[in-house]
Design a protein around this ligand. Structure first.
Ligand SMILES: [Cu+2]
Length: 145
């Protein structure tokens, strides 16, 4: 082996080990779990005037959403989109429209679940407070993995 070919093979070895490091780093990044997503919507003081403290809320698909009301009056979270729901009354069936997701009216200083969020597909969903329709926001459901 000449001196020149020895230098060349050492260089090749260095480049290869660099590539191995790069692959290892990329692999570690891909294996890292998705960052946690808050899953909490918040109303703060003066919410009927200033709106939700979290006008944009983010969850992962399948994740629950909690509504925390830090205001001095009750609020809720109601989706703008509705879905049909069949009801039987006597012998007849009726179809009514219900929100895709909603919370009960949450009293001041309390928290409550926003029912129906876990079943949402990834996407962006507009919501409002049915007691103060000027309070509006967006829920972004992110895909998992
Ligand atoms: Cu409200």
């Amino acid at each position: 082996m000449t001196a020149r070919s020895l230098v060349r093979s050492r260089r090749t070895a260095l480049v290869l080990s660099g590539a191995a490091l790069l692959v290892a780093a990329t692999g570690a990044e891909a294996a890292a779990p998705a960052p946690p997503v808050p899953g909490v919507a918040v109303a703060g003081p003066q919410a009927p005037t200033v709106g939700f403290a979290t006008p944009t809320v983010v969850t992962l698909a399948g994740q629950a959403l909690t509504f925390a009301n830090g205001d001095t009056t009750g609020h809720d979270i109601t989706s703008k989109l509705t879905k049909p729901k069949k009801l039987k009354y006597g012998k007849k069936y009726y179809t009514i429209q219900v929100p895709l997701f909603r919370s009960e009216s949450v009293p001041a200083g309390s928290t409550g679940p926003v029912v129906g969020v876990e079943g949402l597909k990834p996407g962006t969903y507009a919501f409002y407070c049915s007691l103060h329709t000027g309070m509006t926001g967006s829920l972004i459901v992110q895909p998992t993995g």
